[in-house]
Design a protein around this ligand. Sequence first.
Ligand SMILES: [Cu+2]
Length: 237
Amino acid sequence: MAVSNTQIVFDDLYRIFTDLAIVVGIIVFALMVYLIVRYRDRRSSQDPEDTPRLGRIPIGRGHGRNVLVTVTLSTILLAVLIFTSFAAVDVLFPASEPAATWCYGVPAYNQTQAAGQSCPRLEASGHQFYWTFSYPRPNGTIHQDVGMFRVPVNSTIVLDVTSNDVFHDFGIIEFKIKTDAIPGRTNTIWFVPYHAGNYTIQCFELCGTGHYYMTATLDVMSVPAFLSWYNSTGLTK
Ligand SMILES: [Cu+2]
């Protein structure tokens, strides 16, 4: 069962690569077995007329059609893989991000919900060796959490990822998302979590001696649970 939209995109792409590899593999190995058996060495075997011989210029074998078929099939395969890969990248890293919906149901943001407008972006920042997560308050100030990223289930999260010190890399294996966390720069990712639960956020860039324990928790909460947490932090003011 998919835990996020990003996982579905990734798994679909992975399946296309795997299925094509299986088809090509079956054809190649079947052909290989057939040719090995068909042209095995026998007492009556003779070298064909066009066998290359030392000291003689090889004669044309007239196999141009085979080359054409091979190149054409390879091109088609490559084109499918390239286009499906770019399509997946387009979904995960679009030119403009989809509207964030995590703040729907928060009283201070009700107007934006009615108009179908976007919620403010959230921010994740890497530090040696922990993650912080920032939520803007309606009054313009920021609420920051350390090591715990709470989001409501089935909502669109648009996340700006950056770093406070060295290069880090923000990633969630189950969600199949990952992006660099670079000081002075912002990389934006988005996702829709489908199931409440805890997921591990990890740093994927060797960033120092504490890199191996640089994890955080993504807590995907039910909408009522998220809203009551949100209110309890004073975020609505
Ligand atoms: Cu790190």
